[in-house]
Design a protein around this ligand. Structure first.
Ligand code: SF4
Length: 236
């Protein structure tokens, strides 16, 4: 297995191992939610709201085989399913769908399963961030450099490699910090991130709980009132 090279060593040494309080630990799955929509992440991880839609149902069934902890060997590659992951450096906790351990000391390869298709030439950004966080855990757990992972589309039966570039690593680390700040702020009225109310919402399982159009309209009405009331009062 390839051990850390100097670039990864520099980055890793700048982020020391430390102890985290339970409430500071970030679930790896929260990163994909936050990357998709910070409000979705807050609703799930702060307000404990989770609703199934056709996309989450498909995703859940797609993950079922990968979620069962098991170890198999496929063409000389050790395949770990449902492998627990953690990082003391970044305060992460979670589970990998699949981690492949190739023979010959090659680095482990985290593999994330998804139901939908993969856009040609570009893996989904949200899944890539989650996968990169898995790589950060594997690097710390095994003391190796993990240069790439893969996203496997169950519907297209296609696998796409995701290189863990410095830019992707920095983005994943920034999102870990953002999720932690959001969790520490806590939930409740006025503390949830704004609704995005855009093309993401129709595919979001939380649309009924979130009511993005209503929330955005109410906010616009509040802003309008705040803008115009002082002017009217000035004229009195
Ligand atoms: S419905 Fe839209 S704003 Fe609300 S959580 Fe989902 S994506 Fe975010």
């Amino acid at each position: 297995m390839k051990h850390h090279d100097s670039e990864e060593d520099d980055r890793a040494q700048g982020t020391p191992l430390r102890e985290w309080a339970d409430e500071e630990i970030v679930m790896i799955s929260a990163l994909e939610h936050y990357s998709y929509c910070p409000r979705q992440c807050a609703l799930i991880h702060l307000e404990q709201i989770f609703q199934e839609n056709v996309f989450t149902l498909r995703g859940r069934h797609g993950h079922e085989r990968a979620d069962l902890p098991s170890t198999t060997a496929e063409r000389g590659v050790r395949v770990e399913r449902g492998l627990p992951l953690w990082s003391e450096r970044y305060g992460l906790n979670g589970k990998a769908d699949v981690v492949e351990f190739p023979p010959g000391g090659l680095p482990p390869v985290p593999v994330e399963y998804k139901h939908g298709g993969i856009r040609r030439g570009k893996a989904g950004r949200h899944e890539a961030i989650q996968l990169c966080a898995q790589a950060l855990c594997l690097e710390e757990m095994f003391g190796v450099t993990v240069p790439a992972g893969a996203i496997y589309s169950l519907s297209a039966r296609r696998r796409q490699t995701v290189p863990f570039t410095e830019a992707l690593r920095e983005e994943a680390i920034a999102i870990i910090a953002s999720v932690r700040r959001m969790l520490q702020r806590g939930g409740g009225p006025g503390r949830l991130p704004e609704a995005v109310n855009d093309a993401r919402c129709p595919n979001c399982s939380l649309i009924d709980a979130c009511m993005p159009a209503t929330v955005v309209a109410a906010r616009a009405a509040r802003l309008k009132a705040a803008l115009f009331v002082p002017i009217l009062l000035e004229r009195l």
